[in-house]
Design a protein around this ligand. Structure first.
Ligand code: G4P
Length: 541
C-alpha cells in the first residue's frame, strides 16, 4: 500500500518525539547496573533486567576474545537497551563500567542526547565521573544527577551539591531532598510539588516499592523520624524554598545546570520520580550539524552516523558490526545508502538490534535508535550514511591518548597477519597506531586512552588472527600533533631526553613527551611550531 508523504512525515515526527536516547555515567560501584535494572523494573522490561546483571557478572560470555573481559570481571563492549515507558521509547546506550576505559566509552557518549550521572552518596564526585562528565560537556549534553545509596551513611546533601558545583562547574539544583539518612532513610521530599514521598521497603528491592504521599507538617513522619530529624527536614525544606536555585528546563538542556535527585537504587527509593523526570525533561533526538547546516531529526531523508565498530563479536559469524545512530528520517532494512567515504550505493539488508552478543533482526528504526549493521568493510567510525543529498556530521573525536606502548610481534614469520590484524583493530577504533620516525626496527607504537586496550589488542590478535604479540610500556604521558613544514620540523630543538617522534598511517608527525616539563620546554624553544592536542578530526582529516 502506498503511504502518503504526509503520513510518513507524521510518523517520523511522532516516533522521534517519543524517543529518549541516553547513557549512564558513573564511577565503578556507584550503582549504574542497579539503577539500570531498576529503570527496567519500573518500565516493565524485566526480561532485560536479568540480562543486565548477568552481563555484569560475566555469565553471558560467548566470544573468545572476551576472555579479557571475563578475567578482569569487567565489560569492555557496549550494548544498547531499548524499552518502553508509557508512550515513550527509551534507548539506553551502555558504556563500559571499569576505571579503565577506552575510546569506545567516549564515542558512545557522542551518540546520546542526554546522560544520567550516578553518584555514590558517601563518595560524591569520583575520578571517572569527572572524566566522563567532561566528555558530556564537550557536546553540552544535558545531565540528570541521581545521588545513590542514600540508605547508607552518606555525605550531607548540601555538601554533595557543593561538590558537584565546585568540581564540575555546573549548577546543581535539588529536585528532592532526602528524608532521614542511612538506616533511617525513608523517602524524599519533592521540592517541586511540595510533597513527602515515603517508600515502603520490599524484599531485596525486587518489586516496586509502594509510595505513601503526604504534605508537611506530617505527624506520622515526625513519629517515624524522631523530633530532631523531623525539625531538621522542615528547616531544610524551608531554607531551600527561600534560598535554593530553581529548576529551569532550558538551563538543563543547555548544560548549565543539573537537576539532582536523591534515592537508593537498591531499595527502589526515588526511582519512579526519577524516571518521570527522565522522560519529561530529557530531550528527544536533537538536530545535528552537517557542514554548518542543521539536519532536523524529523527530516524525511534518512541520515545516521557510525560511532562504533566491532569485529568478530560473534565467533559463529566472524563479521564486523557497525553501530549506527539514526539521526534523521526512517531507517528500514534493505535500504540503499551512501556515505562520504563510500559514495557507491550500499544496500543494508542485515540490520540488528544489538544487546551484547545477542542479535535480533530489525525492520525499521527512527531517530535516536541504534542499529547494528553488518559492515561489509565499507564504513568506518565517524562515517555519515545518507539516502538523499550528501550529509557529513561533525566528526567523531579522536581522543587524546594517555598511554603508550611498543607492540612486539613474537612470531616474525607471521608478520602479514600481525599487520593485517593491527590495521583492522585500528580501523575499528580500538587503538591508535603510530610508527617511530627514527627507529629502524619500526615496531608499531600503540596509543590508548586506557591501558586495558593494550591487553585487548594482544588478546584479540591471538584469538582472531592467531598471532602472538606482547606489550612494552613506554613512559610517555602526552602526545601532540606537530604542525610545521618539513624544514622547520627538522630544526626543532628537542630536550636531550624524554621525547620521541612518531607518525600515524597518514604521515602526520606526532611528538610524545615523558612529562609536562619536556612538553613545555619543547614548546618554549620552538615558538614557530604548533604542537596540537588531539581532538575533533574528520575521517578525511
Ligand atoms: P556499578 O554498575 O556502578 O559498578 O555498580 P552496581 O550497580 O553493581 O553496584 C555496586 C554495589 O553497590 C553492589 O553491591 C550493589 O548492590 C550496591 N548498591 C547499588 N545501589 C545501592 C543502594 O542504593 N544502596 C546500597 N546500600 N547499595 C547499593 P555488591 O555487594 O558489590 O554487589 P551485589 O552482591 O549486591 O550484586
Amino acid at each position: 500500500m502506498e503511504v502518503s508523504y504526509e503520513a510518513r512525515a507524521t510518523r517520523i515526527q511522532h516516533e522521534t518525539s517519543r524517543r529518549r536516547t541516553f547513557a549512564i555515567i558513573s564511577h565503578p560501584d556507584a550503582g549504574k547496573t542497579t539503577l539500570t535494572e531498576k529503570l527496567l523494573l519500573y518500565t516493565g522490561a524485566l526480561h532485560l533486567a536479568g540480562a543486565v546483571r548477568a552481563r555484569k557478572n560475566q555469565r553471558a560470555v560467548t566470544s573468545d576474545w572476551m576472555a579479557v573481559e571475563r578475567e578482569r570481571g569487567i565489560s569492555i563492549t557496549s550494548t544498547v537497551l531499548q524499552f518502553e515507558y508509557g508512550d515513550y521509547l527509551l534507548n539506553l546506550l551502555d558504556t563500559p563500567g571499569h576505571e579503565d576505559f577506552s575510546e569506545d566509552t567516549y564515542r558512545t557518549l557522542m551518540a546520546v542526547d542526554s546522560a544520567i550521572m550516578v553518584l555514590d552518596g558517601a563518595k560524591g564526585i569520583e575520578p571517572q565521573t569527572k572524566k566522563l562528565f567532561d566528555v558530556c560537556r564537550m557536546r553540552t549534553t544535558p545531565i540528570l544527577t541521581f545521588i545513590n545509596k542514600m540508605d547508607r551513611p552518606a555525605l550531607e546533601p548540601l555538601a554533595l551539591l557543593d561538590e558537584i558545583e565546585s568540581s564540575l562547574k555546573i549548577k546543581a539544583v535539588p529536585m528532592n531532598w532526602p528524608i532521614g539518612d542511612g538506616p533511617s532513610f525513608v523517602g524524599v521530599y519533592d521540592l517541586v510539588n511540595k510533597q513527602v514521598l515515603r517508600f515502603e521497603r520490599t524484599a531485596h528491592g525486587q518489586e516496586k516499592s509502594a509510595i505513601i504521599k503526604s504534605e508537611l507538617p506530617d505527624p506520622t513522619l515526625e513519629n517515624l523520624l524522631g523530633e530532631v530529624a523531623y525539625e531538621q527536614l522542615c528547616e531544610d525544606v524551608e531554607l531551600l524554598s527561600i534560598a535554593g536555585a530553581s529548576f529551569d528546563l532550558d538551563g538543563y538542556r543547555n548544560g548549565e545546570l543539573t537537576p539532582v535527585f536523591f534515592g537508593s537504587a537498591l531499595s527502589n527509593f526515588g526511582i519512579e520520580p526519577f524516571l518521570s523526570a527522565l522522560v519529561d525533561f530529557a530531550p528527544p533526538p536533537q538536530p545535528r550539524f552537517s557542514d554548518n547546516q542543521q539536519i532536523q531529526p524529523t527530516s524525511p531523508d534518512f541520515s545516521g552516523f557510525i560511532f562504533k565498530m566491532q569485529a568478530n563479536m560473534d565467533p559463529k559469524h566472524r563479521d564486523r558490526v557497525a553501530f549506527l545512530r539514526v539521526c534523521s528520517g526512517r531507517f528500514h532494512k534493505g535500504m540503499a545508502v551512501r556515505s562520504v567515504s563510500s559514495p557507491r550505493e550500499t544496500t543494508l539488508d542485515r540490520a540488528y538490534r544489538v544487546f551484547g552478543q545477542e542479535r535480533e533482526t530489525i525492520e525499521e528504526a527512527f531517530p535516536g535508535d541504534v542499529v547494528g549493521i553488518v559492515n561489509p568493510g565499507l564504513f568506518s567510525i565517524g562515517d555519515t550514511l545518507y539516502t538523499s543529498s550528501p550529509v557529513r556530521f561533525d566528526a567523531v573525536p579522536t581522543f587524546q591518548p594517555e598511554h603508550f606502548a611498543i607492540l612486539h610481534n613474537r612470531d616474525v614469520a607471521k608478520y602479514k597477519q600481525f599487520y593485517k590484524g593491527l590495521e583492522q583493530l585500528e580501523e575499528e577504533g580500538a587503538i591508535q597506531v603510530f610508527f617511530p620516525v627514527e627507529n629502524i626496527r619500526r615496531e608499531p607504537i600503540l596509543a590508548a586512552v586506557g591501558v586495558l586496550q593494550f591487553d585487548v589488542v594482544c588478546s584479540r590478535l591471538e584469538t582472531e588472527y592467531n598471532v602472538q604479540a606482547s606489550i612494552e610500556s613506554l613512559a610517555f604521558v602526552h602526545a601532540r600533533r606537530i604542525s610545521a613544514d618539513a624544514e622547520t620540523i627538522s630544526q626543532i630543538q628537542w630536550p636531550s631526553t624524554g621525547t620521541m617522534r612518531v607518525h600515524d598511517r597518514a604521515g602526520q608527525q606526532i611528538a610524545l613527551f615523558a612529562s609536562n616539563w619536556t612538553l613545555k620546554y619543547t614548546q618554549e624553544r620552538n615558538p614557530g611550531v604548533s604542537f596540537r592536542e588531539f581532538g575533533l578530526i574528520t575521517t578525511t582529516d
